[in-house]
Design a protein. Structure first.
Ligand SMILES: O=P(O)(O)OC[C@H]1O[C@](O)(CO)[C@@H](O)[C@@H]1O
Ligand SMILES: [Mn+2]
Length: 441
């Protein structure tokens, strides 16, 4: 049988992968350097001269990294000991083994885009952990928090809406519940437009009330498997015994506004008894600029709770209770910040795979998760999603993603062609979205 198609890569001049490596990644590095600069006095106040020295060191390591990238130097192994250093270095060797002898070492513009882009964020982390005492500094924290603050109006509107729904939920009939389920899922989808890596780290918050735009946005959903999600969870609700559980796992993407949309959805799932427990997965290190870490997760809930808006703070208080009583569970795993495609998860991280198998439904948020689900490969648009997953089937799953990379499967013949001619960048602006389900029907 033929192997899977080739990986997206910076080799393809003019491709989005190429432009990302050439322009956007250096821009993100420059912004990280600038952030460190701006915190100079804070580091000094906290740690004295040692803080200043550490800041200089981190900056010089990041400048070196930017230079390696811009001159297409070989990808070098990690040196600093960390939980995933060995796995990373093995993966770099593996990438090298895929090359013909003459091709030498993996390089930025030559190797798979997914690999080098993940490598870049892991190198940023290495620069920081090599610079104690500022080794727990998150260079993206400021922009993640800014995204949250700038989205205040939308967050208030969303929290108010959620509280209205929750307080009247007993009066809703099945159709009304389904409408609400679809509404909150669509909000969570469009919340994924707000990542900071697409904008090169520049602000990308939600300033308008997204709820008013859902109808207009509907035609932009290229694959819409919402009905499957509804039947699945509604069936679980109807058939489960009193003591049994329905577990929905959410593989999180970005902090800030998107995370609020995910938590609102998670709250609704419990309130509507479509699920009895929700498990979240975040990143263990700062990742793709805006991805949520446990610190962001806790910080955001704290902020929502501390709001002086009545309904917003009620949401925060409820969310904290869910965590306390174990109805919401947060998991960390290093696999999410490795460069591997998800089809190798069962070998590389069998414990995580086994954890995901306990879910009745797994929601994968965002573009990067889609790239890892499909291996970030040059699939034909009409290849079935199931096939592109290449054996990754821990439980029924759904990708909720706005398109920000040149990979998309499961379209109808002719569907992609509608956009190719008229909108050359249709796959990379976050304008279009999918709810793409895989699982038994
Ligand atoms: O936050 P998301 O939705 O995973 O998006 C991150 C995506 O943004 C990008 O940086 C592209 O703009 C991709 O490299 C990556 O897939
Ligand atoms: Mn992200």
């Amino acid at each position: 049988m033929a192997g899977p198609p080739a990986s997206l890569s910076g080799q393809d001049e003019g491709s989005f992968a190429y432009l990302t490596i050439k322009d956007r990644i250096p821009q993100i590095l420059t912004k990280a350097i600038d952030t460190l600069h701006r915190h100079k006095s804070e580091f000094f106040e906290k740690h004295g001269e040692k803080g200043t020295e550490a800041e200089k060191k981190a900056i010089s390591l990041l400048s070196k990294l930017r230079n390696e990238l811009q001159t297409d130097k070989p990808i070098i192994p990690f040196v600093e000991e960390f939980v995933d250093t060995d796995i990373w270095n093995q993966y770099i060797e593996y990438q090298q083994s895929l090359l013909n002898e003459n091709d030498g070492k993996p390089r930025w513009f030559y190797s798979p885009w997914l690999f080098v882009e993940c490598y870049m964020y892991r190198r940023i982390h290495e620069a920081v952990i090599q610079s104690p005492p500022i080794d727990d500094f998150d260079v993206f924290k400021e922009s993640k928090d800014q995204n949250f603050f700038e989205s205040q109006e939308s967050i208030i509107a969303l929290c108010t809406h959620l509280q209205e729904v929750v307080t009247t939920i007993r009066d809703l009939d099945e159709n009304q519940l389904k409408d609400e389920f679809f509404r909150l899922l669509q909000i969570s989808l469009w919340g994924n437009k707000c990542d900071l890596s697409l904008s090169g780290g520049e602000t990308s918050s939600q300033k308008t009330n997204i709820m008013n735009s859902l109808e207009e946005l509907k035609p932009l959903i290229l694959v819409n498997d919402l009905e499957h999600l509804w039947s699945l969870l509604n069936n679980c609700k109807k058939t489960r015994g009193k003591a049994s559980i329905t577990r929905v796992d959410i593989v999180l993407d970005n902090s800030g506004f998107e995370l609020v949309t995910d938590l609102v959805l998670a709250d609704f799932l419990l309130s509507a008894q479509l699920a009895t427990e929700i498990h979240f997965y975040g990143k263990t290190i700062p990742w793709f600029v805006s991805d949520a870490t446990i610190r962001d997760f806790n910080w955001l809930i704290e902020q929502v709770k501390g709001s002086n808006h009545k309904w917003m703070s009620k949401c925060g208080a409820d969310w904290e209770t869910y965590i306390k009583v174990g109805r919401w569970v947060y998991h960390d795993h290093i696999f999410w910040t490795l460069p591997h495609e998800f089809c190798v998860m069962s070998q590389v991280a069998p414990d995580l795979y086994a954890e995901l198998q306990k879910a009745h439904l797994i929601l994968f948020k965002g573009d990067l998760n889609y790239r890892k689900l499909t291996g970030d490969r040059k699939w034909e648009f009409t290849v079935p999603f199931h096939q592109a997953l290449r054996g990754f089937h821990p439980a029924p799953l759904c990708s909720i993603r706005t398109l920000k990379a040149e990979v998309q499967v499961g379209l109808w013949p002719g569907q992609a062609e509608q956009y190719i001619a008229s909108e050359p960048s249709w796959m990379t602006t976050g304008k279009y979205g999918v709810f793409q389900f895989d699982g038994p029907l």
